[in-house]
Design a binder for this molecule. Structure first.
Ligand code: FEO
Length: 161
């Protein structure tokens, strides 16, 4: 059984994951208008992944006998600047998500909630991977210069999953 405080914190994380999905979809829509189909495709895959992260916690709360309470999602921005700035914004957002996951883990440790600790370990590993892949893209875009079209095509090769 989940404690009330852990349930509240996990519901907050469900909101953050679904809000991330919505934010990345807004970024994808922006990239479509800027004629960056590869970046748009990458961001749509990322949006799906974030939806999956939200559902992972949703299922966990239910499996532990808790109650999922969905929270409001703010309207995301519609403008994200240059292509480098788009991915810098993704990186900054992921760093915030990492901090939120770390806070959840600290709470699970404090409460001796071993099941939640194990569930969160997947997210801790995932955040390392996400921050690395996005910071690699930021560096690639910074270096791309006149080869931007090639880089965009590379981003478009990311498979769903
Ligand atoms: Fe679900 Fe990108 O953190």
């Amino acid at each position: 059984m989940l404690s009330k405080s852990m349930q509240k914190a996990l519901n907050g994380q469900i909101q953050k994951e679904f809000a991330s999905s919505y934010l990345y979809l807004a970024m994808a829509a922006y990239c479509e208008t800027k004629n960056l189909p590869g970046a748009a495709s990458w961001l749509k895959v990322q949006a799906q992944e974030e939806w999956g992260h939200g559902m992972k916690i949703y299922e966990f709360v239910n499996d532990r006998g808790g109650t999922v309470t969905l929270q409001a999602i703010e309207q995301p921005p519609a403008e994200f600047g240059t292509r480098v700035e788009v991915f810098q914004a993704v990186l900054a957002h992921e760093q915030k998500i990492t901090a939120a996951i770390n806070d959840l883990y600290a709470l699970a440790l404090k409460e001796n909630d071993y099941a939640t600790q194990i569930m969160l370990q997947w997210f801790i590993t995932e955040q390392v991977e996400e921050e690395k892949s996005v910071s690699d893209i930021v560096e690639l875009l910074k270096m791309a210069g006149e080869h931007m079209v090639v880089v965009d095509a590379q981003l478009g090769k990311r498979a769903a999953g």
